[in-house]
Design a protein around this ligand. Structure first.
Ligand code: CDP
Length: 234
């Protein structure tokens, strides 16, 4: 099968004219690829987590690229023309926003804040506004606003699930792709792309464990625990 692209954590194969296979690798990376390791089985955990969340979103009427599973680490997805933009929604402050702006860790965003970043590791994923995105021919303002609405809907579904797990959803990142002139949720939704913590103890469950240098087996155990919890409520 033809490999049409490979990123830091996934390989993409062309299945047929309309579909691709997304094969999740065991790699874990941080700092725009500056730090990288292998966690055996992580690809399976992330493929399963992503598939489960995509199914929940579809159930709530949010269109995603998810079609089904090919094997335990490979998702069958609708073929999209991806927009090289990372869209982040924040409920609570942490990560890049507390470094960039006079905002403190854990500050509440009500309503949530949505941000757009260019996918460009060499430039450390710079922040984009509507003007930048129009000039760079990434998307127009109408599309950006549509995406913001989808982000809000996804947040409602994701936050409800995370609350049911007794956890707190800080933020998450989505990527979108075009298909028949529409924008659809693509890529993945995993602990690599969202931040989830225990509201009482502050315990981190997501990739921040890796970013902060926790042992790899502890990172894996947390991803396993989160997937088990998800399965128990889904
Ligand atoms: O990760 P970092 O602190 O640099 O960036 P952020 O803007 O605070 O990240 C916000 C959310 O987007 C977090 O859930 C990250 O895991 C996610 N993200 C991602 O999935 N991929 C990136 N390249 C950057 C952020």
């Amino acid at each position: 099968m033809e490999k049409i692209s490979e990123g830091k954590t996934k390989e993409v194969f062309l299945l047929d004219n309309d579909h691709v296979l997304l094969r999740f690798k065991d790699s874990v990376t941080a700092g725009d690829g500056a730090k990288t390791d292998v966690i055996e089985g992580k690809g399976i955990l992330n493929a399963q987590t992503s598939a489960l969340i995509f199914r929940l979103l579809e159930r709530e009427g949010i269109e995603t690229h998810y079609v089904g599973m090919k094997d335990e680490r490979t998702i069958i997805a609708k073929r999209l023309t991806m927009v090289p933009v990372e869209v982040v929604l924040r409920n609570f402050a942490t990560g890049s926003i507390v470094k960039r702006l006079p905002i403190s860790e854990d500050e509440v965003f009500d309503p949530p804040i949505v941000e757009f970043f260019l996918k460009d590791d060499a430039r450390h994923d710079p922040l984009l506004n509507y003007h930048h995105m129009r000039h760079l021919k990434l998307m127009n303002e109408v599309e950006a606003k549509e995406i913001e609405e989808v982000m809000i809907k996804v947040n409602e579904v994701l936050r409800a699930i995370v609350v049911r797990l007794g956890l707190k959803l800080y933020d998450f990142k989505l990527e979108f792709g075009r298909r028949d002139g529409r924008l659809i949720v693509g890529d993945e939704i995993t602990l690599d792309s969202m931040r989830v913590r225990d509201p009482n103890t502050g315990r981190i469950m997501d990739k921040d464990l890796y970013r902060k240098g926790y042992p790899l087996d502890q990172v894996k155990a947390s991803y396993e625990e989160f997937l088990e919890k998800l399965r128990s409520v889904a």
